[in-house]
Design a protein around this ligand. Structure first.
Ligand SMILES: [Mg+2]
Length: 276
């Protein structure tokens, strides 16, 4: 046999899976960052906003654990307590985190501009809308209610607490596939504002679009971003695009408002027999 034959999916995009904070709501992914800072402050070991954002996208308990593993944070903890942080400390901070996060979610739940228009267009094309989040189910309920009030209601929602492992594992994406009745992972597109969120889609065998400006990478509310001097915007943009491209995202754009040309291009590539 001198030739092999490769099977390729050439059908329509069946589903688009979207992250929540920093992707469809909460421009700048502000809600969780703010609470991580507060929880460490209450422990007497203040952290910077950059330290709070570093593991964004993970399950929130894993996120607290990762912050506590940062060398800079461990050093400050050691100085304050005379020992490094342990698993009990992580559990105690997570227990504090949950009610604080639930209490302030609605302050940050405004939909990101473009969300309703893009969702409307995807639906007009017959695509199903799934979603994944590092939030826990009790947090998602708040976000889902707020989103619905603003006109956004995905067909499926899976949170980190619903599956054995959160991002970058593909579990949440794959549970969406089951819930939405999708025929193959290659017919799915995952959109996310964090590196673990893009990796989650890649690990599930899906097409991915990274959002560089509206989420955790820039980490600013829309008004603050718009008020930045052009040179600062450019520096932040360059860094954010680099991060998204390096993690393997098939496409990187500013925000959800910019994804339709990527969807068109992915559909054309699928028709040509390309796989993610
Ligand atoms: Mg996000």
């Amino acid at each position: 046999m001198n030739f092999g034959y490769k099977r390729s999916y050439q059908g329509p995009i069946e589903a688009v899976l979207l992250d929540w904070a920093g992707t469809t709501m909460d421009y700048g992914c502000m809600a969780p960052a703010h609470v991580f800072v507060e929880v460490f402050k209450r422990k007497g070991v203040p952290i910077t906003i950059a330290e709070a954002r570093a593991p964004m996208g993970a399950h929130k308990r894993v996120h607290i654990q990762r912050i506590s593993e940062l060398e800079s944070v461990r050093a400050r903890w050691q100085q304050h307590y005379g020992r490094p942080p342990n698993d009990d400390d992580v559990s105690a901070m997570f227990a504090e985190f949950v009610p604080l996060q639930v209490a302030c979610l609605s302050e940050y739940s405004t939909l990101i501009p473009g969300t309703l228009e893009v969702i409307g267009e995807l639906r007009r094309r017959g695509m199903k809308i799934g979603s994944t989040s590092g939030y826990l189910p009790e947090m998602m309920r708040v976000n889902q209610e707020d989103a619905k009030r603003q006109g956004y209601e995905p067909d499926a929602t899976v949170c980190a607490g619903d599956v054995p492992a959160g991002r970058p594992y593909p579990h949440m994406c794959l549970l969406n596939v089951i819930k939405l009745g999708v025929s193959t992972v290659q017919a799915c597109v995952k959109i996310d504002d964090t590196v673990p969120g893009v990796e989650e889609g890649l690990n599930a065998g899906m097409w991915t679009i990274g959002l560089a400006i509206s989420g955790n990478e820039v980490g600013m509310p829309l008004k603050d971003w718009q008020a930045l001097p052009a040179a600062e915007q450019q520096a932040k943009r360059q860094r954010a695009y680099g991060r998204m491209q390096q993690c393997g995202a098939h496409y990187t754009v500013d925000s959800i408002a910019d994804v339709m040309p990527c969807i068109d291009d992915i559909q054309a590539r699928i028709r040509r027999g390309e796989a993610p």
